[in-house]
Write a protein that binds this ligand. Structure first.
Ligand code: ADP
Ligand code: AMP
Length: 209
C-alpha cells in the first residue's frame, strides 16, 4: 500500500503513522524526521536545512525531492510506504507522480485552534523521535522519555513564532494539494479531532473500501 498522509502540522500524522506502519507492515517515511536526522548527524544537508526547519519555512523543492527519491529506492519501500509530510507543494506532488503510483492520500482534518494546542504541547525524545503531548499523551514521568529515560525537548519549530509561520506556509503552499488530490479521486478526509485510536480505526475502515 502506497500512502500519503496530508494535513496541517500537528494534525497527528506522525502519531497515526507510527501505528499504521505496523498495521500495514510498511515503512513510515517522514521527511521532517529525515531532515532532523541529518541535522542531528551534522551532515552537509543538515547544516544546509537547520535554520530553515527552525523557522518553519519549507526546504527547497529540489533538495526535498532528491531526498525522497533516494529514500523510495531503498529495499523496504518496495512493499509500500507511508509518506508523512511529503509532498508539501504542487511541484513535489508532480515529482512524486513521476517516481511512483499512490493507492490513497489521507487528509487529516483539524481546526486551527486544536492544531495550536497540539503543536504547543508536543514534546519529543531527541534520540528516538518518539512524540508525546504534555496533556493529551503525557509520558509516565513528566518531561522524561518512557523508553530511554532522556529529557524530552520542545522542537524549535513548535515555539509560538514558528507555529504561526508554519500554519501560514501550510495554507499557502500545502493546502492546494487537497484540491490537487481530490481531483484524482485518491483523497480521503479523516476527522483528526478524535483520539488516536479512533482516528486510526476510522482510517483503516476508510482504506478497506
Ligand atoms: P504531525 O505529525 O501531523 O505534525 P503529531 O503526530 O506529531 O503531528 O501530533 C502533534 C501533537 O498532537 C503531538 O504532541 C501528539 O502527541 C498530539 N496528538 C496526536 N494525535 C492526537 C490526537 N488524536 N488527540 C490528541 N493529541 C494528539
Ligand atoms: P514536519 O516534521 O513534517 O513538521 O516537518 C518539519 C520541517 O521540515 C518543516 O517545517 C520543513 O521545514 C521541513 N520539511 C519537511 N517536509 C518537507 C517537505 N516536503 N518540503 C519542504 N520542507 C519540508
Amino acid at each position: 500500500m502506497n500512502l500519503v498522509f496530508l494535513g496541517p502540522p500537528g494534525a497527528g500524522k506522525g502519531t497515526i503513522a507510527s501505528q499504521a506502519k505496523n498495521h500495514y507492515d510498511i515503512p513510515h517515511i517522514s521527511t521532517g524526521d529525515l531532515f532532523r536526522n541529518h541535522i542531528k548527524g551534522d551532515t552537509d544537508l543538515g547544516k544546509q536545512v537547520k535554520a530553515i526547519l527552525a523557522s518553519g519555512d519549507l526546504v527547497p523543492d529540489s533538495i526535498t525531492i532528491a531526498m525522497v527519491e533516494q529514500r523510495l529506492k531503498e529495499a523496504d519501500a518496495k512493499k509500500g510506504f507511508i509518506l508523512d509530510g511529503f509532498p508539501r507543494t504542487i511541484a513535489q506532488a508532480d515529482a512524486l507522480k513521476e517516481m511512483t503510483s499512490l493507492d490513497a492520500v489521507v487528509n487529516f482534518v483539524l481546526d486551527r485552534e486544536e492544531i495550536i494546542k497540539r503543536l504547543s504541547g508536543r514534546r519529543v525524545c531527541k534520540s528516538t523521535g518518539k512524540t508525546y503531548h504534555v496533556v493529551f499523551n503525557p509520558p509516565k514521568v513528566a518531561g522524561i522519555d518512557d523508553e530511554t529515560g532522556e529529557a524530552l525537548i520542545q522542537r524549535d519549530d513548535d515555539k509560538q513564532d514558528a507555529i504561526e509561520n508554519r500554519l501560514n506556509v501550510y495554507e499557502k503552499q500545502t493546502e492546494p494539494l487537497i484540491a490537487y488530490y481530490r481531483s484524482t479521486g485518491l483523497l480521503f478526509d479523516i476527522d483528526a479531532s478524535a483520539s488516536p485510536e479512533e482516528v486510526m480505526a476510522e482510517m483503516v475502515k476508510v482504506l478497506k473500501k
